[in-house]
Design a protein around this ligand. Structure first.
Ligand SMILES: [Zn+2]
Ligand SMILES: [Zn+2]
Length: 247
């Protein structure tokens, strides 16, 4: 049995037509291929309409849209970074979101250059020019290279800024290890031990002074700004038999 399709004007076996009990011969009026094409076209038209409607709604509701975007970005910081990087870097950004997540999961959460860990990054944000979050930036070791697993590292905002296109990854590593890392250690050292101020910075109490019988009273007030080097030397000079402990 054969039947002619009025759309493509081809005569085809009835098996090439879908069943339709409501029709006299029990078969669709046009062939499977034509029907599928019609359905697909209708689907595309409907989809275009939906997209147009959605775009129009977005244009009419900018505040709501901004709110949704903010919520999404807060809930999915890595996803939002993925899409931002992708939008900005197009052909240089071919990595899939799965690979991107997997890269991030396996990457040590510290600056590739200076080594500052993520939990400390927020303590030094006044130096890194990063206002709100403590997320690392994603740096390309080879700045003109692609965003690929081999070329991406996590870097603190300061190292990323300094490196820019000026230093190679290994140069930046040397700079950061030599100059930036010690600074973080200094700052973190103070920030992490706030309960015990360094002895140098406080006067000893009377009790503490009494526990130090051999030490001259001058020691207790020998803060650099109070007693000059010359004065201390003078005290030593006129007390040749005494034992001194300088702070
Ligand atoms: Zn047909
Ligand atoms: Zn760094």
């Amino acid at each position: 049995m054969e039947k002619k399709c009025p759309l493509c004007k081809k005569t085809k076996p009835v098996s090439e037509f879908y069943n339709n009990k409501s029709r006299k011969d029990g078969k669709e009026w046009c062939c499977k291929a034509c029907l599928q094409e019609k359905r697909h076209k209708a689907y595309l038209e409907r989809r275009d309409m939906e997209i147009k409607k959605a775009r129009q709604w977005q244009m009419n509701n900018p505040i709501k849209v901004a709110g949704y975007k903010r919520k999404f970005n807060q809930a999915n910081p890595m996803a939002s970074r993925y899409y931002n990087l992708k939008a900005k870097n197009r052909e240089k950004f071919q990595i899939s979101i799965e690979d991107f997540y997997s890269w991030y999961d396996h990457e040590p959460k510290e600056c590739f250059y200076c080594g500052i860990p993520s939990d400390l990054l927020k303590n030094v944000k006044q130096y890194t020019h990063k206002k709100s979050n403590n997320l690392f930036t994603i740096d390309r070791k080879e700045p003109n290279g692609n965003y690929e697993i081999e070329n991406m590292v996590l870097a603190c905002p300061l190292c990323n800024l300094i490196k820019s296109n000026l230093f190679t990854a290994s140069e930046m590593w040397e700079i950061a290890q030599r100059y930036i890392k010690p600074k973080w250690q200094q700052i973190a050292g103070v920030a992490l031990t706030p309960l015990i101020p360094p002895v140098k910075l406080r006067r000893l109490s009377k009790e503490e002074m009494n526990l130090l019988p051999k030490v001259l009273t001058v020691k207790a007030i020998s803060l650099p700004s109070v007693v000059s080097r010359a004065t201390i030397d003078k005290v030593k000079e006129i007390n040749p038999g005494r034992e001194f402990e300088e702070v």
